[in-house]
Design a protein around this ligand. Structure first.
Ligand SMILES: *Cc1c(COP(=O)(O)O)cnc(C)c1O
Length: 375
């Protein structure tokens, strides 16, 4: 059997262990220390000098704290892109609030600004103005930032930018992770850079960052004993994990180039197959191409191809199943136009790692070509 080709696997630079060793040598084996501070400042200089980054245990915890910072609570409604990973929506429920799902448009596969406005108007009419909007740059492709922000501003609703998949992407020259009232990043094992598990909250002010760190470290008030006037969380990133992050930051740009070149490879190798199409990068959009996705002509072709790849020990995966189709969210209000359902039926993510070799890419190409020759 050929060796397994993964969809997206961790890719170390070789610099990580020096930072970890330093943490051990200086005994900073704790959820604070020089690597945490260093990783935060590396992220800040990468994103934009006047951002304030809090390194956390995960992207999910960053979303949870974002909702808390925006005072989302029991009985509130929060709008969320339907086409996403469940981690975008779950923290809404942690807060006792209700998610309201909004469908996608075809140009970026992300939240449709028209459906967003329809949803907001309808929720206001029903007497519950949404407290926040969670928009996602899926697979690294920026959402329609100007259009979404315009609607959000018109109704004065803050945007939480879920940038878990889009570190290294930009829109009109500005980095993803800097557009929302708050933004979140993820460094899970499959993301463009990884700390094994981890995340970050990107805030526009030091006050908000400090508040996030306070909540993430058990909300301990300033006193010699343990004093608490808020419910706290244990959401801070450890100094060991942050060491991996510092090493990963040294190769982020090359990971972006490699992922983009994977996508270009697929695009040029499969342009003769008319049953395959790709998501184009609109003018002004720059995707890190975290995952390379293709659209097939039907659900049957998609599933046939997935199984054919599996036989060759090549991992591929249907696009995110929309949240409005998930059993756990079946009763949540949803504003739909059919786009995310169709993308789920016809879309497939191909191996996309920055560590893919030419030989592995060639195996994927051969497997896909031979599937279409047979059918
Ligand atoms: C990975 C991911 C998250 C969650 O991040 P974790 O670090 O795994 O908690 C949230 N949203 C999206 C879109 C993601 O892909």
């Amino acid at each position: 059997m050929n060796e397994k080709i993964w969809l997206s696997s961790p890719h170390m630079s070789g610099n990580e262990q020096a930072y970890i060793k330093d943490a051990f040598d200086t005994n900073w084996v704790a959820p604070l220390g020089p690597n945490v501070n260093g990783f935060e400042s590396d992220l800040q200089s990468f994103l934009k000098e006047d951002t304030h980054v809090a390194a956390l245990a995960s992207g999910t915890s960053a979303l949870h704290l974002s909702l808390i910072l925006l005072n989302v609570g029991q009985g509130d409604e929060v709008i969320c892109q339907s086409k996403t990973f469940s981690a975008s929506a779950n923290p809404i429920v942690y807060q006792g609030a209700t998610p309201v799902f909004v469908d996608s448009e075809r140009e970026t596969w992300n939240m449709c600004p028209e459906q967003l406005e329809i949803a907001i108007k309808d929720r206001i009419e029903k007497g519950n103005k949404p407290k926040a909007i969670i928009a996602v740059h899926l697979y690294g492709m920026p959402y329609k930032v100007d259009e979404i922000n315009k609607v959000a501003k018109a109704y004065n609703i803050p945007v939480i930018e879920d940038s878990a998949e889009s570190l290294g992407s930009h829109y009109k020259g500005q980095n993803c992770g800097t557009f929302g009232d708050l933004a979140i990043l993820s460094f899970n094992g499959n993301k463009i850079i990884t700390t094994s598990g981890g995340g970050a909250l990107v805030a526009p002010t030091k006050e908000l960052k400090d508040k996030a760190v306070f909540l993430a470290t058990q909300a301990r008030d300033n006193a010699p004993h343990y004093l608490h006037s808020h419910i706290g969380y244990n959401y801070r990133m450890s100094n060991i994990v942050a060491g991996i992050g510092r090493g990963q930051m040294t190769i982020l740009d090359s990971h972006v180039s490699k992922r983009r070149s994977n996508h270009e490879f697929y695009q040029s190798e499969f342009k003769h197959i008319d049953k395959i199409s790709f998501l184009k990068e609109p003018e002004g959009y720059f995707s890190n191409r975290w995952l390379s996705c293709i659209l097939l002509d039907s659900k049957d072709t998609r599933e046939g191809l997935r199984l054919a790849l599996e036989k060759e020990n090549i991992e591929s995966r249907p696009l995110w199943k929309p949240m409005h189709q998930q059993p756990i969210f079946k009763d949540a209000p949803s504003y739909l136009n059919g786009v995310s359902d169709e993308l789920f039926e016809k879309g497939l993510c191909l191996p996309s790692g920055s560590n893919l070799t030419d030989m592995e890419l060639d195996r994927v190409k051969t497997a896909i070509n031979s599937f279409f020759e047979k059918c």
